[in-house]
Each structure stands twice: as structure tokens, then as C-alpha cells.
Design a protein around this ligand. Structure first.
Ligand SMILES: [Zn+2]
Length: 185
């Protein structure tokens, strides 16, 4: 029998025969589960069961959460990809690493030990040059359109030194300028 079963049995010791009581007491002592005839036995047995339950619950909770969420903590949600980019750039300049956890609502997470510093950064207005830069930055992520036939979603053939594309419709190949970002300063 398992310990729990044995303890249950011990709780209803009154109903057992004398022989069964003796066997059970010996077994409980062997397993160091306590003497069922001791006055505090019931409370003791219940305490063991409760703490085991609490332990199980705690283990379930840990298992349910992926590890990274124990140290990455939510900072804020943004209204747009542009705003998320601005905030992450402001954090990056302050030396704070950040991640976009959920692209659907642009929620940004930071390491838990940098939350305070990150909150201080975003409490200030985003510097104008970051806002300017983000407006240049965003179109870069839009998938290009074939300059020959206008078909969207070309195949990315190479990314070095700049993105090279091939159109699936007409076979046209072209490359982005090597440094497409004009100097913001
Ligand atoms: Zn084309």
C-alpha cells in the first residue's frame, strides 16, 4: 500500500480488528509515518496530506509556465508596430534588451531585473530622432513588389550585401540598394 492509503486506514483504526491494528501500527512505524494511536496523529496525517497537495499544486503551476516567463516580464503594450519599434529602440539606446512577445498586440517584455530602468525610459517622451528613424524603418519591413510586373511577395534570393529578389511571376531579379536608409542625422 502507498503511504496515503495507509494513513487513511490508520484514521479509521477504530474499525479494525486487533491483529490488523497491530500490523498497521508496525507498518506505520517502519515507514516513520507516526503512531496512529498518538493523540496528534490525525492532525499530523492531515498536515502531511495538505503539504503534499500544496507541493503538487506548486509543481503544476511551474510546469504550466514556460521557463522564459519567469525572468522576462511585461513592460507595455503598443498601439502599432511603429510605436513598438520606437520603444524598443529607446530601450536599446539605454542598454536594455527587449523582446516583442506577442506581435498581435505588440506587447514588449524585458528582463525582470531591468523592468525598473525600462519603465523609467518609457516614462520619458520618445526622442524625436527615433520617431523620425522609425518612419524610415517601417517601410523596410514591407514585402517589396516586383518593379517589372507589380506582383507582391517576391522570393528573397540573398540578403548580403543587400536583399536580392526574384519575381515568381515574371522571373525578374533585382536587388535593394546596399544602404537603403538615408542618414537620419
Ligand atoms: Zn515580376
Amino acid at each position: 500500500m502507498y503511504d496515503e492509503q495507509l494513513l487513511d486506514l490508520a484514521a479509521s483504526l477504530r474499525d479494525l480488528t486487533e491483529t490488523a491494528k497491530a500490523v498497521l501500527r508496525d507498518e506505520l512505524r517502519k515507514r516513520e509515518l507516526g503512531d496512529p494511536l498518538a493523540p496528534d496523529f490525525s492532525a499530523l496525517a492531515k498536515g502531511r496530506a495538505d503539504s503534499q497537495q500544496a507541493l503538487d499544486a506548486a509543481e503544476d503551476e511551474v510546469a504550466a509556465k514556460p521557463n522564459e516567463y519567469t525572468w522576462k516580464t511585461p513592460l507595455c503594450e503598443c498601439a502599432s508596430r511603429e510605436e513598438a519599434w520606437q520603444i524598443r529602440e529607446a530601450l536599446r539606446r539605454a542598454g536594455i534588451e527587449s523582446w516583442l512577445r506577442d506581435p498581435a498586440n505588440y506587447s514588449i517584455v524585458v528582463a525582470a531585473d531591468q523592468l525598473e530602468a525600462a519603465s523609467a525610459v518609457i516614462a520619458n517622451p520618445i526622442p524625436q530622432d527615433i520617431i523620425d528613424e522609425s518612419r524610415l524603418e517601417v517601410p523596410e519591413y514591407l514585402p517589396p513588389v516586383c518593379p517589372a510586373c507589380g506582383t507582391a511577395d517576391p522570393i528573397l534570393m540573398a540578403a548580403d550585401p543587400s536583399n536580392s529578389w526574384e519575381c515568381e511571376s515574371c522571373g525578374n531579379e533585382w536587388s535593394d540598394p546596399v544602404d537603403p536608409r538615408p542618414d537620419a542625422s
